[in-house]
Design a protein around this ligand. Structure first.
Ligand SMILES: [Zn+2]
Length: 294
């Protein structure tokens, strides 16, 4: 049973105070957008859930697949399709797999912040600031990168985190599920937050294509996933809005998933109205229009 005193204490207003997303035109000749992004967690996807996984070597091997196979195959796919993407990568992954991290950067992709140990930034968690600061330090020291974008590990955000991201200069975030266009966060004190590039579960490959002994579930075949991805994309194009992918090399770098992703991205590339872009490019476009509208 929920604690009735706690339920009575939270305010009766929308949890997100941001006004509706402004409807800006996309850069000509495009009329819709795709934020092509990957989350590179490697083994930290598992230890972030339970540090005891570090000694479970088969569980860890799901993450290890990223450096050994998944990420190189994805980079080759993107090279062949001439696409640039954003890779949100944990600090631990950069330190444990420096060659993989460097190969992403060298291929011309954007690097975003994804925490250090992939710890859930739950309200009141003691590690929120440290996860941010260690992540920034590693990206700078190992890759020379000052990230503009941040995606929350395990896709959760609290007010303390939103404010901390603004203080540290993060331009855009990409975790919320409440829109189909970029918008500007409003913090609890009324000051501006980051630009949000919202996501949807439809494009989270973890939910559609990964199974393990801690959360066993069916994985979906190509026809099933292509149907979801194309329907979501085509309707979004009709709306003149934006989709965001949340793809993981430990899932989409697997052979059947890569074949499926190749088919989907080839289709997306054939849509002449669709701007496929990095987070920084889309956020910069938003900022230009926001400045013009002010
Ligand atoms: Zn992640």
């Amino acid at each position: 049973m929920p604690d009735s005193s706690a339920i009575g204490a939270f305010p009766v207003r929308p949890a997100n105070l941001a006004p509706p997303a402004p409807v800006f035109p996309w850069p000509a000749p495009f009329t819709a957008a795709m934020f092509l992004s990957f989350d590179v967690d490697a083994e930290s996807a598992w230890t972030g859930k339970d540090p005891a996984h570090a000694a479970r070597l088969v569980t860890m091997s799901y993450g290890g697949f990223e450096a050994r196979v998944g990420t190189p195959m994805l980079l080759e796919l993107l090279r062949r399709l001439d696409l640039r993407a954003t890779f949100f990568i944990t600090g631990w992954t950069v330190e444990a797999h420096p060659a993989m991290a460097e190969s992403i950067l060298r291929a011309g992709h954007e690097i975003g912040h994804h925490g250090y140990h992939h710890l859930l930034p739950d309200p009141g968690a003691p590690h929120i600031a440290e996860e941010l600061d260690r992540g920034f330090a590693v990206l700078k020291r190992r890759l020379g990168v000052v990230p503009q974008g941040y995606r929350a590990p395990s896709g959760e955000v609290c007010e303390e985190l939103r404010a901390a991201l603004v203080r540290r200069g993060i331009v855009y975030t990409s975790s919320f599920r409440d829109d189909v266009r970029p918008y500007r966060h409003v913090l609890a004190d009324g000051t501006p937050g980051t630009v949000e590039l919202p996501v949807t579960a439809s494009y989270d490959d973890w939910l559609l294509g990964l199974t393990n002994r801690f959360s066993p579930r069916p994985i979906f075949p190509r026809e099933h996933v292509l149907s979801i991805w194309k329907d979501e994309l085509d309707e979004t194009r009709d709306w003149g809005a934006m989709v965001t992918t949340v793809l993981h090399p430990q899932c989409s770098g697997r052979p059947m998933r890569l074949r499926l992703l190749r088919e989907f991205l080839t289709y997306a590339r054939s849509c002449r109205d669709l701007w496929i872009a990095t987070g920084t490019e889309i956020a910069a476009h938003f900022l230009r229009h926001e400045a013009g509208a002010a």
